[in-house]
Ligand binder design. Structure first.
Ligand code: HEC
Ligand code: HEC
Length: 351
């Protein structure tokens, strides 16, 4: 009985001690858990095949901002991926050459190159592939042929020496392939290390307490089974709407068949790339058709349609706080537009 009395007396102290050590253990544990699921961003994403060189990045940056290569002279990458809007256009769905409406929402270009494929449906293999194909895509640059696109580039004298410097020892370096490699090289530098990266690297104070709780909730709820890796997404395809039709939750006016339209495989119906969540707080509206305006709403919908879970208001707030820790500063050579080499088409641009 004396024993029980001692426990009664010391109980609160023991508990306090236990809570403190548990909290500390949880922090180390949280980093270990997070490090097993995610990774921090590297310095750049150059590869042997697609190296990042200063000459290519410089040229790629100019090309990214140049509208003169498009069918109507109004479309550049930057039209739909704007510096002032964190590399997006903030529209539900983008507008391409000759005002044609794209069926899907433009994601940010930041950190895009970390993903296993590009675009919502994975119909582009790399940032290089994407850049080349957008030259003749009716919903992007809208050129009738690569030849007409290259003719527009060659009409601007300032580009020849820049292509020659970026692709030395090539006889005629102004090619669609090199356009893709230069812009791709630039894309591979547009990385935005965030507080979450600092946390992964050991800085406890990089994440607020609520963001750490949110990270725990994100993992415990099952979000990280799909959103994982260095991009916190961008590592796999999944059906959008595992527990119920996605469009009932998003109110999407048009039902997109997703990857099915790329592969014609019935197993790919309504399958999309799991979105990277880096900078997600800066890039509304959400989902492949921009059908949802706010991040808390997107988080609630995800829990509902992918996991069959109804999150409490508190859980949504925590998860959003964690997602905000994935916002990194905009890269310095993206915030401002470069001055382009002069040159104009004499008559209205021809297709
Ligand atoms: C007309 C607007 C428009 C133009 C011009 C445009 N994009 Fe996009 N971009 C989009 C849209 C819309 C998507 C999503 C397309 C899809 O999934 O079908 C996208 C997707 C991307 C992605 C993939 C991101 C991800 O998370 O998968 C990258 C990278 C990108 N664009 C880079 C570029 C570059 C580089 C250029 C210039 C060569 C360019 N874009 C031109 C609208 C545009
Ligand atoms: C079964 C896989 C899966 C799970 C689990 C999952 N997601 Fe997703 N998530 C996706 C897919 C696929 C998309 C792209 C959907 C589309 O086509 O728009 C996506 C998109 C998102 C988006 C929109 C990103 C953007 O840029 O528009 C957010 C935000 C998001 N998920 C957060 C979460 C959160 C938070 C959880 C946990 C509650 C979660 N996801 C669980 C697969 C998943």
């Amino acid at each position: 009985m004396g024993h029980a009395g001692r426990v009664l007396w010391s109980g609160p102290l023991v508990m306090l001690f236990a809570v403190v050590t548990l909290a500390e253990a949880a922090d180390t544990n949280l980093r270990a858990q997070a490090s097993a699921l995610f990774a921090s961003l590297p310095r750049d994403l150059g590869t042997a095949e697609n190296p990042v060189t200063p000459e290519r990045v410089h040229l790629g940056r100019l090309l990214f901002f140049d509208p003169r290569v498009s069918a109507d002279g109004a479309v550049s990458c930057a039209r739909c991926h704007q510096p002032a809007l964190y590399g997006t256009d903030a529209l539900p769905t983008s507008i391409g050459a000759e005002h044609r409406t794209h069926p899907r929402h433009a994601q940010t270009v930041f950190n895009a190159a970390v993903q296993f494929v590009q675009h919502w449906r994975g119909d582009r293999t790399s940032v290089e592939d994407l850049s080349v194909k957008s030259l003749i895509a009716p919903l992007a640059y809208g050129n009738p042929s690569f030849a007409s696109a290259m003719a527009k580039l060659k009409a601007i004298p300032g580009y020849a020496p820049l292509f020659a410097a970026a692709f030395p020892r090539e006889e005629d370096p102004i090619t669609p392939d090199n356009w893709g490699k230069a812009i791709g090289s630039y894309m591979r530098t547009l990385l935005t290390p965030a507080p979450f990266d600092a946390f992964l690297q050991g800085d406890d104070r990089a994440l607020t307490t609520v963001a750490q709780t949110g990270l725990r909730t994100f993992i415990r709820t099952g979000c990280a089974t799909c959103h994982n890796g260095v991009g916190v997404g961008g590592t796999m395809y999944q059906k959008f709407g595992l527990m119920e039709d996605y469009w009932r939750a998003t109110g999407s006016p048009i039902v997109d068949k997703g990857r099915f339209d790329v592969t014609q495989d019935p197993a790919d119906l309504h399958v999309f790339k799991v979105a990277s969540l880096r900078n997600v707080a800066m890039t509304p509206p959400y989902f492949h058709d921009g059908s949802v305006a706010t991040l808390p709403e997107a988080v609630r919908i995800m829990a509902r349609v992918q996991l069959g879970r109804t999150l409490t208001a508190g859980e949504v707030t925590e998860i959003v706080a964690f997602l905000e820790s994935l916002t990194g500063p905009s890269p310095a050579d993206f915030v401002t537009a470069p001055i382009l080499p002069p040159g104009a088409v004499a008559s209205p641009p021809t297709r």
